[in-house]
Every structure is written in structure tokens, then in C-alpha cells.
Design a protein around this ligand. Structure first.
Ligand SMILES: Cc1ncc(COP(=O)(O)O)c(C=O)c1O
Length: 362
């Protein structure tokens, strides 16, 4: 952890000094990349190699995925998380089949209708207050099988950790997976921040994917310190046979694949993903703890990953956002989302809380 922290600040310090960079709590998407990623792409920038993933760096990265997720997987790289989700659906479902997911899911709220536009498959929405879905709601939506007028349920998609920073337990994942298997449905996980879930649960990546019966996982890179890149992992090779064709059709096949794959190998080696996510989670806990001390602030969700959801006096939000930008998640209630990342520091959290102290005195 010590070395990791020093590494990050060594890389970022000159940028802060020159005023090129401000810190904020908006999103892990807003952070730069882990310094190790810059080294990773530099290291593979040496010679001509096969394109489109046929290079030895990409093969080596896939071996590394196998060490972390189990041998019987098929891994494909794409450019972004929306594509990982859309292509997971496209590969497995026919256009008349539907996906059951939370109404709060990224699939539904933040992909501009891409899943439905690109696959034809309908999203069937389940209610959720904490980002998770419940078995009783799955039961309720599993209807009209064989009815030609109705889009046929064929996949369940959950986000782990959820968009609300909560984490499904292993048991909850297993229950959803069993529910799917009994109905011959696919189990998809949007794991844009999957490493944070594994660290939160203190499990290996395999224990919360292959071992609980996930069929396909959108495994995030950019939110976990990569410059760019996401991976789609199939846990049953028979399911992935069409994937490469759809990936090309949907313009997600990168020719210089080594620059994405080498970053994933770096993330998955030497426990970098564990160190990095442990830091993000620790900072989220600290932020939650410090904010909880203000009676005017109410933490609205369990803090189990790298997001803190809170309600605070409306007039504070504007002032705080001048220095540390963050999103108002719900414009009706003024619930806000504060996110931590691999480069969040205790000093920034203290400074943020210092601004709150000064606002209280006014
Ligand atoms: C849970 C979740 N899934 C998927 C995505 C999609 O990622 P991208 O913006 O790379 O398309 C995001 C992005 O914020 C996300 O938060």
C-alpha cells in the first residue's frame, strides 16, 4: 500500500503543481490512470505485432484472466462499458427476448437506450431502492412464456457493485444465479467496478463470478485505473461463439489490442487490483465516517464500495462543488453521490469536511 500510494502521488504531483488538474468526487471516470498503466502501454510499444488481438501480449493477458477467473473462460476486449453490456446481450439473446434488470441499472438509466436500440431486446424493469434486485420481483416479472405478444424473459442482469455503491453478497448472487438456471435464463453481471465488489466481500474474482454461476461478465477497466478498455468474459465457451462477429459489426474491435490487453494484465497481476480497490474503499469509508458526524447530513445508502450517497442542505451543495465537483443524483430530493478512487487522499477528504465546517459557521 505504501509503495502504491507513493507511486500515484509521484505521477500526479507535477500535474497538481502546474494547475493542470483539480480533484473531485464526481466519478472514478474523472480520475487519470494508474501510473502502472502508463508503464504497461509504454512497455508493449516496441515492435510490430499481430493486430486485432492475435499478439502475444493479448494472449498473455488472457492467461492472466484465466488465473483470476478460472480456466474455462473466453475473454474479449472492447472500448467501453456500454458496449460490454450491449454486446453481452447481443451475443446471447434474440431480439424478441428480454432482460430483467433493476430500474436503477446503468443499462436502463445511462446507456441512452443502446441495449434496446442495438439488440432489439426489451429491458423489463424491477423496482429497487438500493440498486439491488429481489427474487420476489423476478418471480413477478417472469410471465407470459410462449405468448407471441410478449417479449420473452431470457436474461437477468445485475450490477455488482450496484450504481448505489451497495454490494450483493455471495449468497444473493448465488440465489439469482439458481433462479436463472432453473428457468434456463442467462445471468449477466455489469461489473464496471467488479474489483471493488471482490475487495468489499474479501473474495477472489472467481468466487463472485464463475463460482456463483455467472454466464457473462462486463468487467470494467477504465473505472479501475485503466486508460481505456473493458473486457467481456464468458464463463461457458459455447455461449461466446457469435461474440466476435457482433463486436466487429458494432465497431468495438480494436486493431492495436495490446494497448488494452496489457493494461488488464497489469491490473490483474501483483495484486494491483486489490491494492487499488482497497484504497478506494477505505477512502469511501473515511468520507462516510466524517460526513456522518454532521447532523445536517444523512447517508442514504450502505457504503460498501467506492460511493457515498448523502442528503445535505441544498445551499451547501453549490459551494462544495465549486472546489470538489460531484453529482446531484436525484434532483427532486437533492441526494448527492460522492465517489472515491485510487487517488483520493485523506487530505482531500479533510479539506472537503473543512469547507462544511466553515459553512456551518455562516
Ligand atoms: C455501472 C456502470 N456500468 C456501465 C457503465 C458504462 O461505461 P461507459 O461509460 O464506459 O460506457 C458505467 C459508466 O459509468 C457504469 O457506472
Amino acid at each position: 500500500m505504501e509503495t502504491f500510494d507513493k507511486n500515484v502521488s509521484k505521477c500526479l504531483a507535477p500535474l497538481y503543481k502546474e494547475g493542470h488538474m483539480a480533484y473531485n468526487f464526481a466519478s472514478d471516470n474523472n480520475s487519470g490512470a494508474l501510473p502502472e498503466m502508463i508503464d504497461a502501454v509504454r512497455k508493449v510499444n516496441v515492435e510490430h505485432v499481430h493486430a486485432y488481438g492475435g499478439d502475444e501480449y493479448s494472449e498473455s493477458a488472457i492467461d492472466c484472466f484465466k488465473k483470476n477467473f478460472g480456466e474455462n473462460i473466453d475473454v474479449h476486449f472492447v472500448f467501453n462499458g456500454t458496449a460490454a453490456n450491449v454486446l453481452s446481450i447481443k451475443a446471447l439473446l434474440k431480439s424478441y427476448e428480454s432482460v430483467l434488470c433493476a430500474e436503477t441499472s446503468h443499462l436502463n438509466m445511462d446507456e441512452c437506450g443502446a441495449p434496446e436500440a442495438m439488440t432489439g431486446s426489451k429491458l423489463i424493469l424491477l423496482p429497487s431502492v438500493d440498486g439491488k434486485i429481489k427474487i420476489k420481483d423476478l418471480d413477478e416479472k417472469y410471465i407470459r412464456l410462449g405468448d407471441q405478444h410478449y417479449s420473452q424473459p431470457k436474461m437477468v442482469s445485475i450490477t455488482q457493485p450496484t450504481e448505489y455503491g451497495t454490494v450483493y453478497t455471495v449468497e444473493e448472487m448465488r440465489q439469482i444465479s439458481d433462479w436463472c438456471k432453473k428457468r434456463n435464463m442467462y445471468f449477466h453481471v455489469d461489473g464496471a467496478r467488479f474489483v471493488n465488489a471482490a475487495t468489499s466481500l474479501q473474495k477472489s474474482l472467481k468466487e463472485i463470478s464463475a463460482d456463483v454461476g455467472v454466464d457473462v461478465l462486463s468487467f470494467g477497466g477504465a473505472k479501475n485505473g485503466l486508460i481505456i478498455g473493458e473486457a467481456v468474459i464468458f464463463f461457458n465457451k459455447n455461449l461466446s461463439k457469435d461474440f466476435k462477429f457482433y463486436r466487429k459489426q458494432l465497431m468495438q474491435l480494436g486493431s492495436k489490442a495490446r494497448f488494452i490487453s496489457s493494461q488488464f494484465e497489469t491490473l490483474l497481476s501483483n495484486d494491483l487490483w486489490k491494492k487499488s480497490s482497497a484504497h478506494s474503499l477505505k477512502m469511501a469509508q473515511l468520507l462516510c465516517e466524517k460526513l456522518s458526524k454532521f447532523p445536517e447530513i444523512r447517508i442514504t445508502q450502505k457504503v460498501q464500495a467506492n460511493a457515498v450517497f448523502a442528503m445535505m442542505p441544498k445551499e451547501w451543495v453549490g459551494v462544495l462543488r465549486e472546489k470538489y465537483f460531484f453529482y446531484v443524483w436525484n434532483e427532486n430530493t437533492w441526494e448527492v453521490r460522492l465517489m472515491t478512487t485510487f487517488d483520493t487522499s485523506e487530505a482531500q477528504i479533510n479539506d472537503f469536511c473543512g469547507i462544511i465546517e466553515s459553512l456551518k459557521k455562516k
